[in-house]
Design a protein around this ligand. Structure first.
Ligand code: NAP
Length: 320
């Protein structure tokens, strides 16, 4: 089969398309014929060797795939050959024609969701769900600012928060991104490239501030976020690419908090709840993964370059 192989950590050039043997599922494992693989920012940090989780080399990137079950190992009961599934982590990597996943890493993909969309489920929607439900403990009638709403996690969070009954504000850095965030359900959208846009956000809350901020770039925004919070507000740090200094006094007066997590650290109970919630939302159409760009598997390097560039518009997926 064809697969992307990383033989050493490094730049885009280490992503090589190679011919390797198709793996066979052992007991408790599932072989998935991958029809689309989601590209996430952490894939690029992992490839560069700068991520907290370092895979053994050589490895094939990708936790998020969607496709059809090709074969199952002994003891697998959850799925059978022919079932449509999405993966939440894999054993052998989703940037390939076939991937092995543990039985518990495959989940049913509803018929109304395309494979491209299915490749955009786990990391983006799992993160949005954990951020809103578990971390922020969001409830209907609250206000949320999705700070970085045009990308994978942001579009997921906008759709989810809107369906939960929150008032949703989003930000994007291009007109295309702003239009997308509006289309996906945000009540108001702001340009995070424009000086003073934060004052515009405060203004639409009548000066009260927002209850929740889902932050995609904490090193740039966290200090200002603390000033945008309402009383008992909470910032949920999802993305961060450097250090930042904040004035804790901004939190004290508001009885506000900053919370943070990585999806790798959640409990199995939380993960089960997330999949149940996501599958229900996919089935009823409130969750609609946005595929911004489909690229052939051979263009994994281009996908890794573009995912870190400004101008996000949904997910980038690779098609084997
Ligand atoms: P993505 O698809 O590449 O989207 C990036 C988003 O950040 C876009 O909406 C982009 O907007 C926005 N952005 C750019 N500059 C910004 C600024 N100054 N202020 C606010 N937002 C800005 O990435 P993603 O998959 O949504 O992930 C977002 C971040 O969360 C990444 O850093 C990723 O590593 C992290 N993440 C963390 C977890 C976790 O477990 N904690 C899970 C998933 C993702 P424009 O392009 O329109 O400017």
């Amino acid at each position: 089969m064809k697969a992307i192989l990383v033989r050493e950590f490094g730049g885009l050039e280490v992503l090589k398309l190679e011919e390797i043997p198709t793996p066979k599922p052992a007991a408790g494992q599932v072989l998935v014929r991958i029809r689309a693989a989601g590209v996430n920012p952490y894939d690029t940090y992992m490839r560069a060797g700068t991520y907290a989780v370092k895979p053994l080399l050589p490895y094939t990137p990708g936790s998020d795939g969607a496709g059809v079950v090709e074969a199952i190992g002994d003891g697998v009961k959850k799925v059978k050959p022919g079932d449509r599934v999405y993966t939440a982590k894999t054993v052998t990597g989703a940037y390939a024609e076939y991937a092995i996943a543990l039985e518990e890493q495959v989940h049913f993909l509803p018929d109304n969701v395309s494979f491209g969309q299915g490749a955009g489920v786990w990391v983006p929607y799992g993160t949005a769900y954990h951020a809103l439900h578990h971390s922020a403990e969001a409830h209907a009638s609250e206000t949320v600012l999705v700070h970085g709403a045009s990308g994978g996690v942001g579009t997921a969070a906008v759709q989810m928060a809107r369906a939960m009954g929150l008032t949703v504000f989003g930000t994007a850095g291009t007109q295309k991104g702003i239009d997308l965030v509006k289309r996906e359900g945000a009540h108001q959208v702001f340009d995070h490239g424009k000086t003073g846009y934060q004052e515009g956000i405060l203004k639409v809350t009548g000066g009260r501030g927002v209850d929740i901020i889902l932050e995609m770039l904490a090193n740039v925004n966290l200090a200002h976020d603390t000033k945008l919070l309402a009383s008992r507000g909470r910032v949920i740090v999802i993305g961060n690419r450097g250090e930042v200094t904040i004035n804790a006094r901004e939190l004290m007066g508001r009885r506000a908090s900053i919370r943070a997590f990585t999806l790798w650290g959640i409990t199995p109970t939380e993960e089960n709840e997330i999949h149940a919630g996501l599958i229900a939302g996919l089935e009823n159409g409130t969750l609609r993964p946005v595929v911004g760009k489909e690229l052939p598997l051979a263009e994994a390097a281009r996908a890794h370059k573009e995912i870190l560039e400004p101008g996000a518009a949904g997910k980038i997926v690779l098609v084997p």
